[in-house]
Write a protein that binds this ligand. Sequence first.
Ligand code: TXA
Ligand code: MG
Length: 308
Amino acid sequence: MTPEIRKAAELLRAGGLVAFPTETVYGLGADASNAKAVARLYAVKGRPADHPVIVHFASGEQAFGWAREVPQAARKLAARFWPGPLTLILRRSKLAQDFVTGGQDTVGLRVPSHPVAQELLKQFGGGIAAPSANRFGLVSPTTAAHVREDLGDEVDLVLEGGPSDVGIESTIVDLSGPDAVLLRPGGISEEQLGTPLRARAADSPRHAGGMDRHYAPRTPARLVPTHQLDKQIGMMKDRIAVLAFSRPDERVDYWLRMPRDPAAYAQRLYAALRELDSAGCEVILVEAPPQSAEWAAVLDRLQRACTS
Ligand code: TXA
Ligand code: MG
């Protein structure tokens, strides 16, 4: 146990806000049982009060204490993927109060695998409410430096844990109803989940990832199919930044080349969007990845980043 993590757990107990690394993205944590601490968390994030947050735990057993029913499907997924980048939505127990569920009768539960998150959760002992540690609607942080840039002095402590391995948020599966529903594609692909999933219905519970413009840079961004990239670049009169698979083009002011492997791409995605956003260009062009299932989570984030 490092002194830093002990201090972080003490701050949480005192109602403070602690940013910490997870394998997906950095989270902004507060004691999930403390209404005042969670209210401050929402204020710092600039997040509307009716948007629920995910509650994090050291173990599945602890997490399930916050659910009043744990279906067999949830136990199966938890046994396979926890600790890891999976969030389960279950019917809540009394422990999950309105201020973390946004007033809904369900709660989002996650057991992260990052060793620093694990140590913090064990040391703290309870549930830590944690959205991604960025301002509402903007690109999630994958390093401690990103968190400091975004939230600065408004966080009591930022724990270091290196760049996040997965790089995009957890996969969210809603098991509170009769069918399993995929609410957000993420770190674990549908194929890996291996459970039959229903696509999200238009009237399903409100969740931030479900809003169109989310995970977005401030600079307007546009998704461009590979075969149109060259032509689009030729047509642009503004200063442009490009995120692409191919080699840099001399006409372009700022070019970032991305890996052709979806996991490696996801790992770098948010840092790349931040870098392009600060390049001082008027437009960001993003070469569209393939439409295949293994790119689903990356494509989801890119589509949101490119919605103006
Ligand atoms: O990877 C992740 O999940 C990261 C790390 C920090 O764990 N957290 C994260 O949290 O992405 P956040 O708050 O940025 O996104 C959580 C999503 C939101 O879209 C939220 O509305 C949804 O989960 N959510 C939480 N509880 C829910 C519930 N009871 N029903 C439906 N959606 C829920
Ligand atoms: Mg977020």
